[in-house]
Design a protein around this ligand. Structure first.
Ligand SMILES: [Zn+2]
Length: 322
């Protein structure tokens, strides 16, 4: 039974906003594009696993928790955790195609596409070793005695997967039922009530990972973020404020809420707090009065008064507050 889904959509929104507002020649641009690919692959990987768990049945209870962000002796994130009465399995799903090469003591996984393009990802073996140690600490702190298995899964482990022998199995998703069924089940470690209690421990300890502000997380100077309202239709930044609307100077598209997406980008990329001056710069408008009117109508909390007033933006602004 799937008890927790992943919450990567906010991070994806933030990374997409950064890509939109950085010059393609920016040193972090290629990294962010790679990160976007990884987040999307992660979301699709979870879908594959969920479809799998809907189809396959086991003769014992189990819970699946995706995207757990926990603290024991340090913060750590588990892609997917399977909890059973006998053991837990850390499941690191890698939803990436192409020719994959994994070396045991190498920090990166190398993926080569048919076109010859080579991309690098974190080595899942190293990730899983670290996660296991931190999960072990977590269980000890909570007085939970449960063997931990760990496994790296690819959507299809065919001949294009090349790796060195390791004590962490690397398998295709089609081999997962067999792997789960063949883990030792000679001793029940958690009865039904204990399993519920452990599940609650995990859900209560989980904290949503806050990926914002993107600029400080990924070493980007806020000044490198291109300001301005963007056109929804042609993506141009040449959008000007008129009395009641924003109008694209390139394609003529107009909208009443162009500032909302821009301010949401500001919150995700730079800071949730914004002053009148910062608002004028980011929306590329001229007068204090215009900015005050826009910020005032957002219906969000503000701190300080007069010139020092700062408004606390939402990451996704509600389109009804225009
Ligand atoms: Zn346009």
């Amino acid at each position: 039974m799937i008890m927790k889904y992943r919450t990567d959509s906010l991070k994806l929104m933030g990374v997409e906003a950064a890509i939109r507002r950085l010059s393609p020649s920016h040193p972090q641009y290629i990294f962010l594009e790679g990160l976007k690919r990884q987040i999307i692959a992660g979301i699709k990987g979870e879908e594959l696993l969920n479809n799998f768990f809907e189809r396959v049945k086991f003769r014992f209870d189990y819970y699946v928790l995706h995207d757990l962000h926990l603290y024991s002796t340090a913060w750590f994130q588990i892609d997917s955790l399977i909890l059973t009465p006998y053991y837990a399995i850390i499941l690191e799903m890698k939803n990436i195609g192409g020719h994959i090469k994994i070396r045991k003591n190498h920090p990166q996984l190398e993926r080569t596409l048919a076109s010859g393009q080579i991309d690098y990802y974190k080595n899942p073996l190293a990730q899983v070793v670290e996660i296991t140690d931190l999960l072990q600490d977590f269980l000890e702190i909570k007085n939970i005695e449960l063997p931990i298995y760990r496994i790296v899964i690819f959507k299809d482990a065919n001949r294009s997967l090349q790796f060195e022998e390791s004590d962490i199995p690397i398998i295709g998703i089609q081999e997962l039922p067999h792997y789960i069924r063949t883990r030792p089940r000679d001793k029940v470690k958690l009865n039904h009530d204990q399993m519920e209690a452990v599940l609650t421990e995990f859900l209560n300890a989980h904290q949503d990972y806050n990926p914002f502000p993107i600029t400080s997380k990924y070493f980007i100077e806020p000044k490198d973020i291109v300001p301005g309202v963007t056109c929804e239709k042609c993506h141009s930044f040449d959008v000007k404020k008129f009395y009641r609307e924003w109008r694209c100077q390139k394609c003529g598209e107009s909208t009443k809420v162009g500032h909302l997406n821009a301010l949401s980008d500001f919150a995700m990329l730079i800071d949730r707090k914004i002053t009148n001056k910062e608002c004028r710069h980011f929306l590329q408008i001229d007068t204090c009065k215009q900015a005050s009117k826009i910020l005032g109508k957002l219906n969000v909390e503000s701190i300080g008064s007069k010139k020092k007033r700062e408004y606390i933006l939402n990451y996704k602004l509600d389109n009804t507050n225009n």
